[in-house]
Design a protein around this ligand. Structure first.
Ligand SMILES: [Ca+2]
Ligand SMILES: [Ca+2]
Length: 329
């Protein structure tokens, strides 16, 4: 064979070997991905079943509590976190929090009219966080049905003039995140407020047994901080009449502001964390506890995007920030 032909044959042979090697590597990678996907799907299905079970657990424990007593406080069973529980191939933890421990922004409008006591609470909450209290007007305008502007408010006419025009909701807020659409609310302000507020589907009372000092201070804003401390130290309250008496005793010389408060709650937030293999996820849900066993409902649940743990476990919190939500499950 002439030297030139031998050279060509050698190059062809090398090329065949190279292609074969690449294809083999490709197939093997493909198979690895397939196997991993199958494992992820299986982990995901298991997590789904356990998550649903954990939400059922929350409804059951809350229903039992409603049967046992007529007040809600942090010493009760529902308030104790579910310790990490090993289930086949994985682990689940859960905790229930009283949603009425926080200020419900939808309280700002009651019976289609701005609610003065709630406006007072919200303004004082903003003040305590060094946020302009006049922002309250824009929230009231956002929620109330009409398009009449309050002195510091904003309605369609203002939002339609923005770079990307939109309209005021003119209805109760669906979530705390909706506040970002309200004029004057920067992401920083929303994050500052987030620990103390919530958005529930109807106006509610604040539960004095579960609320933080910050929220109670805004609710009873004429009381000095030591009186708030005392109010908290005497918890839990199981008799609404006695609570009112104690509040009046604490308000020596000052009038108590009109406020919507109570010692019982109907809305609870549940957080469930499941981990199966590399599939880990956190679900948040809002439960409305009804008047009897069958009347409790999951109003919505949303999950932080699933996080696939790496062997070195280097996923950053930012990867967890995506939120998807399903309503009416
Ligand atoms: Ca209770
Ligand atoms: Ca409006």
């Amino acid at each position: 064979m002439p030297a030139r032909q031998r050279g060509l044959a050698l190059i062809t042979a090398m090329l065949v070997v190279a292609i074969a090697a690449t294809t083999a590597a490709y197939l093997s990678l493909d198979q690895q991905i397939w196997l991993r996907q199958a494992q992820n799907l299986s982990d995901r299905a298991q997590a789904e079943v356990v998550r649903a079970g954990a939400l059922e657990w929350a409804i059951t424990i809350l229903a039992k509590d409603a049967k046992d007593n007529k007040s809600d406080d942090l010493t009760e069973n529902w308030a104790k976190p579910l310790p990490p529980l090993a289930v086949e191939g994985g682990q689940v933890t859960g905790r229930i929090a009283d949603a009425q421990a926080r200020f419900n922004i939808n309280n700002l409008v009651r019976n289609n009219a701005p609610s003065k006591p709630d406006i007072g609470t919200f303004r004082h909450l903003l003040l305590s966080l060094s946020i302009d209290p006049n922002l309250t007007d824009a929230v009231v305008d956002w929620i109330d049905a009409d398009s009449d502007k309050l002195p510091y408010g904003a309605e369609d006419i203002d939002y339609l003039q923005t770079k990307i025009p939109y309209r005021a909701a003119n209805q109760p807020m669906q979530s705390v995140d909706e506040l970002r659409l309200v004029r004057g609310f920067t992401p920083e302000i929303v994050e500052k407020l987030r620990p103390w507020i919530t958005a529930l589907p109807q106006p509610t009372e604040i539960n004095v047994n579960t609320a933080s000092k910050e929220v109670l201070g805004a609710l009873f804003y004429t009381l000095p901080p030591p009186a708030i401390e005392q109010l908290v130290s005497q918890r839990p309250y199981t008799d609404p009449g006695k609570l009112t008496q104690i509040l009046q005793g604490l308000a020596t010389g000052t009038a108590l502001p009109q406020a919507f408060y109570g010692i019982q709650s109907s809305y609870f937030e549940v957080v469930v964390e499941t981990r199966f293999g590399r599939y880990q996820r956190t679900t948040q849900a809002l439960i409305h506890r009804g008047s009897n066993d069958n009347a409790s409902r999951i109003l919505w649940h949303r999950q932080l995007l699933p996080r696939i743990a790496t062997t070195t476990e280097t996923a950053s919190p930012a990867e967890n920030s995506g939120v998807s939500s399903d309503r009416n499950i």
